[in-house]
Ligand binder design. Structure first.
Ligand SMILES: CC(=O)N[C@H]1[C@@H](OP(=O)(O)OP(=O)(O)OC[C@H]2O[C@@H](n3ccc(=O)[nH]c3=O)[C@H](O)[C@@H]2O)O[C@H](CO)[C@@H](O)[C@@H]1O
Ligand SMILES: C=C(OP(=O)(O)O)C(=O)O
Length: 434
């Protein structure tokens, strides 16, 4: 078993660079299935396990995919298969994003039902409602969703019950090759949606209004592969911003885009953190004392649920009582138990948590319950007494490239080890304490 071991107490200082966004690159790689002519070249791709998984899904579907030097090359010009099996969808729910492109290209798609996960049940009814409105017949059985349309998908007017990021992306991709115009209302406005729309437009598509509440997609007959640069990862950037703030450090987060981070910047400033724009990123300076605040997660431009657990780590260090309300996922508080193991004073009340700070965090062995929770536990470890050991790193590897290495690069006392070296390292610690 691998662990990240962090010893608290160091102020972070220096510059850390942000990768391309995981949540932008996954739909963009899926959308490259829409290109029946020419290769797609996707640049600034992070070396994350999720990227390897989506590449495997595409290969399974019959596309040629190469990944080197942070570039993914996709040739989807040959005829495609139609099935995304459970072994991939289980590893990564975003595998369902191949459904829209497959339906549009093939008229058929068979995708394993994703099932629940650690942060909620995460149904995909809004994706399916969109495909049905465009003329597809959907059948669910034996753990699979089968979607089929005779001829081309047809443009339709679709209203999403909730501005789902995945449903917005899947429907945009399906509509890009549909006959006629699709008007998609109450859509997600995340920067990753805008990146996907820009990519499809560069391929020859006609997607208008991405970033607003209504998107209009005029279907075209064919799309061609192009070269595209992925936007920087706002959640990775936000995670390093919290790392700087929690340690009272001074860090330049290179590549952070202020316009993608407005709610996080506002809430961190309310806590007393100094944040300034520099030419190539955001400088974050942590104060001596942090102020307590309340946060409610919301679809973009509201406060992102993917920063909720990292902010919980920060609020544990703030003076007074804070409240976090999670409105996007119904069960994204699994990390609370882990923070309690580190002495966190947190109460769960329905969809909110009440945090009493400042807490003297204590090092402990804790498990990453999802990828952001794993990062948040490491952040808490940066200010905890003694050693914090974070396990279940497969979650962290889905969303962070060299997380411990980047933190070490700005001064954290941190390493990643396998079980065997854990024993040695623990021996070294007990020798040190003897
Ligand atoms: C790969 C990727 O980009 N993942 C992000 C994406 O996930 P994802 O696209 O899965 O998130 P959604 O926006 O779809 O989900 C938000 C909420 O809507 C519900 N829902 C969604 C679809 C649906 O058909 N029916 C339904 O009820 C979900 O259960 C959840 O409670 O957006 C989330 C919300 O910002 C982020 O936390 C994830 O990091
Ligand atoms: C929840 C997340 O991702 P996914 O939707 O891929 O599970 C995340 O990035 O925090």
């Amino acid at each position: 078993m691998e662990k990240i071991i962090v010893r608290g107490g160091r102020k972070l200082n220096g510059t850390v660079k942000v990768e391309g966004a995981k949540n932008a690159v996954l739909p963009v790689i899926a959308a490259s299935l829409l290109a029946s002519e020419q290769k797609s070249i996707i640049c600034d791709v992070p070396t994350l396990s999720d990227v390897y998984t989506i590449n495997e899904v595409l290969r399974h579907l019959g596309a040629e995919v190469h990944f080197e030097n942070n570039q993914v090359f996709v040739d989807a010009s040959k005829e495609l298969n139609m099935e995304a099996p459970f072994e991939y969808v289980r590893k990564m729910r975003a595998s369902v994003l191949v459904m829209g492109p497959l339906l549009a290209r093939n008229g058929r798609a068979r995708v394993a039902l994703p099932g629940g996960c650690a942060i909620g049940s995460r149904p995909i009814d809004q994706h399916l409602k969109g495909f049905e409105a465009m003329g597809a017949t959907i059948k669910v059985g034996n753990g699979f969703i089968d979607a089929e349309v005779s001829g081309r998908l047809r443009g339709a007017k679709i209203y999403l019950d909730f501005p789902s990021v995945g449903a917005t992306e899947n429907i945009i991709m399906a509509a890009a090759l549909a006959e006629g115009t699709t008007i998609l209302e109450n859509v997600a406005k995340e920067p990753e949606i805008v990146d996907l729309a820009n990519y499809i437009n560069a391929m020859g598509g006609k997607v208008r209004g991405a970033g607003t509440g209504t998107i209009r997609i005029e279907g075209v007959e064919t799309l061609k592969g192009v070269k595209h640069h992925i936007i920087p990862d706002r959640i990775e950037a936000g995670t390093f911003m919290v790392a700087a703030a929690i340690t009272g450090g001074n860090v330049l987060v290179r590549g952070a885009v202020p316009e993608h981070l407005t709610s996080l910047i506002a809430k961190m400033e309310e806590m007393g953190v100094q944040i300034s724009e520099e030419e190539d990123g955001l400088r974050v300076i942590g104060p001596e004392k942090l102020k307590s605040i309340d946060i409610k997660t919301m679809p973009h431009p509201g406060f992102p649920t993917d920063m909720q657990s990292q902010m919980m780590a920060l609020l544990l260090r703030a003076e007074g009582t804070s409240m976090i309300t999670e409105t996007v996922f119904e069960n994204r508080f699994m990390h609370v138990e882990e923070f309690r193991r580190m002495n966190g004073d947190i109460k769960i009340e329905g969809r909110s948590v009440i945090i009493n700070g400042p807490v003297n965090m204590q090092g402990a062995e804790v498990a990453a319950t999802d990828l952001r929770a794993g990062a948040a536990l490491v952040l808490a470890g940066l200010v905890a007494d003694g050693y914090t050991r974070v396990t279940e790193l497969k979650h962290v590897d889905r969303g962070y490239v060299d997380f411990h290495g980047k933190l070490a690069g700005i001064g954290a006392d941190i390493e990643r080890i396998t079980e065997e070296s854990t024993v040695k390292s623990e021996q070294a610690v007990s020798d040190m304490n003897a």
